[in-house]
Design a protein around this ligand. Structure first.
Ligand SMILES: O=C(O)CCC(=O)C(=O)O
Length: 262
């Protein structure tokens, strides 16, 4: 598949694009079934609901040991980390050849998987999940430039009540000052200037097999899951081959997987 010139222009302008019905239902169900096995057995490395939200900036920038170290029985898993190595099904999706030409277009470069970032099965569990505040993913990532894009695969329906992603179109190109963010680098919701920007937010319901590509600087957030069914999604991040992880940072501590140009 290739994006049309209009779709590519839309991605560059908005910072995201939805590819409807990209992966077939059977493949999604297979991934979901395997994810469920890892979730039920709480196979490390996992990030718990508490771990996801309570960490400070220094921890999030430097962490390389993704184990939760949570010994309690009743932890709520927020994400399974390092999924590339967990199962051939996960690896196959991250190396999917149909999406590669699209990734080459949006990166305008050859595609490299960064296993340091995202590389996750992302969950929103009923009752115990929390909302995610407005943020740019790039804030804890250390690279020579911003040419990184995340690939979000909906494994089932995603909508406002179970925490579908919301985006601020064009925010990947906006210039912000440090005062517009709080001490965890979430985009402050109380700043008058920010309120006007937040008012331009958009979101769209996703269905099984839909993919959203979004730029690493795009402001996004999500509600908590207030339904009684878990929401489980797959997200991984790719970068352009010319974009380099800064040595000595967490971004450089995990293997990169260069994908053959198609
Ligand atoms: O599912 C969510 O709450 C959003 C997750 C997210 O944006 C992130 O972890 O970067």
């Amino acid at each position: 598949m290739q994006l049309t010139a209009e779709q590519l222009a839309q991605f560059n302008k908005d910072g995201f694009i939805v590819l409807r019905n990209f992966l077939d239902a059977k493949s999604c169900d297979n991934i979901l079934r395997m994810a469920q096995i890892h979730l039920d057995a709480k196979i490390e490395p996992i990030e718990t609901e508490i771990g996801y939200d309570s960490r400070d900036k220094a921890y999030r920038t430097a962490v390389t040991d993704y184990s939760s170290h949570a010994k309690e029985e009743h932890i709520t898993v927020r994400r399974l980390r390092q999924v590339y190595k967990r199962d051939a099904l996960f690896k196959a999706w991250m190396e999917n050849r149909n999406i590669r030409p699209v990734l080459q277009q949006v990166l305008d470069d050859e595609v490299v998987i960064t296993t340091a970032h995202h590389n996750s099965i992302m969950t929103k569990m009923p009752y115990y999940s929390t909302a995610t505040s407005w943020h740019q993913d790039r804030r804890y990532w250390r690279y020579s430039d911003d040419n990184l894009v995340s690939v979000w695969l909906a494994l089932d329906d995603e909508y406002s009540e179970n925490g579908v992603l919301e985006f601020i179109p064009g925010s990947h190109k906006m210039q912000f000052s440090a005062t517009q963010f709080d001490d965890k680098e979430y985009f402050s919701q109380t700043e008058e200037e920010n309120k006007k920007i937040i008012a331009t937010k958009v979101s769209t319901n996703l269905h099984k097999g839909d993919v959203v590509l979004f730029h690493s600087l795009l402001l996004h957030r999500a509600n908590k899951n207030s339904t009684d069914k878990p929401k489980i999604s797959f997200v991984y991040t790719v970068k352009g081959a010319k974009t380099e992880a800064i040595p000595g940072t967490r971004s450089s501590e995990f293997p990169e997987i260069p994908l053959k140009k198609l």
